[in-house]
Design a protein around this ligand. Structure first.
Ligand code: 2NL
Length: 369
């Protein structure tokens, strides 16, 4: 710019000529942008001229002001025009080269390629079976307080399950209380007893946490528990419910069950339940036949202390409860051998073991059709 005499109108005309030809030479929008910056950018040739107006005498400015402003407006107009032309040119080039092959097969819809995780599938199956028997589903928080996870369930102070070994504790809150990641889904049943009036028939499926990790344990796992509270609920009802469940879930006509005495703080009496199976073929388990036994759940009559802790009068109400591991029964039903693969989020594993999303499990249509 220094060689332009700002009071010389012909110098301005020359500059306009230069810029106009640079605009016309720009072959794409990026090139045009460079020209724009060189002319109208902060340090551009036209901008410098505009700045020089400030140092002029009023007489000079009267002539040069309109000349330079006019230059800026014309340059801006040329650029806008050229940009539109370049855009059209680029679009025409794309249309000329890009083609759509309408004979290609359509891509599969997400609902066709996506898969439902076996745990989610088994939860749906369980829910369908128990819903058919009149149970509703209850859910609760994964982070629990000591009362709902332990105290209400008749865990004596100093019970080993409360200790660091099994339970994930959160840092103490402002009240000094340490919350826990629930170690079972029983706190959901506690909350149900606290808020609902019997008769109660609920199942509580969900995530549970224990500080344990090996071939058969993951720190996060899944449980489903069931609870029935009524004036006359007894072990005969429990046995029928569990037998119907096993037949439906494992899709067999009949299955022998074995109830062995056991201990849980929250039930009395307590039992562990085995189901009949055949493990004589390597790598395969068949339920409802053979002479082998497999433990699948724990159960019992709800302890009177638990009823009392949840606000129910044990002289008026009684009930039974059970609990089982979802991951384990999913492995048994669908033949997965390694529990850890469940939570590694490997799409190859999921596409092999997963379920088609629109195949809802129903009792009429076949649970795992
Ligand atoms: C097991 C055993 C069980 C329960 C869970 C329960 C819940 C309430 C009251 C009484 Cl609120 N009982 N739940 C009862 C017996 C056994 O689970 O081995 N689970 C994997």
């Amino acid at each position: 710019m220094s060689d332009i005499d700002v009071t010389d109108q012909s110098a301005i005309a020359d500059l306009e000529q230069d810029i106009a030809s640079a605009i016309m030479r720009a072959e794409d929008e990026a090139g045009l942008e460079e020209v724009r910056i060189a002319a109208l950018g902060k340090k551009g040739s036209v901008s410098e001229l505009l700045k020089s107006l400030g140092a002029m005498s009023p007489d000079e400015r009267k002539v040069m002001g309109p000349a330079i402003n006019g230059l800026r407006d014309r340059v801006q107009g040329l650029i806008t025009h050229r940009r539109a032309a370049l855009k059209t040119k680029a679009l025409e080039a794309r249309l000329a080269t890009e083609t759509v092959d309408v004979t290609l097969p359509v891509r599969e819809a997400a609902a066709e390629t996506g898969r439902v995780h076996p745990i989610a599938q088994v939860m749906e199956e369980l829910t369908a079976i128990f819903a058919d028997m009149g149970f509703s589903v209850a859910e609760g928080p994964d982070i629990e307080d000591d009362f709902h996870n332990f105290t209400a369930l008749n865990f004596p102070p100093g019970h080993p399950a409360r200790e660091m070994h099994d339970t994930f504790f959160l840092p103490p809150g402002s009240d000094g209380q340490r919350k826990v990641l629930r170690t079972h889904t029983s706190p959901v049943q506690v909350r149900t007893m606290q808020t609902k009036t019997p008769p109660i028939r609920v199942i509580c499926p969900g995530r549970t946490y224990r500080c344990d990790s090996d071939q058969t344990h993951t720190p996060m796992f899944h449980q489903v528990e069931g609870l029935v509270i009524d004036k006359g609920a007894h072990l005969g009802h429990l046995k029928w419910i569990l037998e119907e469940f096993c037949k439906s879930f494992f899709e067999v006509e009949g299955v022998k069950m074995r109830f062995r005495p056991s201990f849980f703080p929250f039930t009395e009496p307590s039992m562990e339940v085995d189901i009949q199976c055949d493990r004589s073929r390597p790598g395969e388990i068949r339920f409802g036949e053979g002479s082998d036994w497999l433990e699948i759940l724990g159960c019992g009559m709800v302890h009177p202390n638990v009823l009392r802790n949840c606000g129910l009068d044990p002289d008026e109400y009684q009930g039974f409860a059970w609990g089982m591991g979802i991951d384990r029964i999913a492995m048994l039903k669908y033949g997965m051998s390694d529990l850890r693969a469940f939570f590694e989020a490997d799409v190859r594993w999921l596409s092999h073991y997963g379920f088609r999303p629109l195949d809802f499990p129903t009792l009429a249509g076949g649970l795992s059709a």
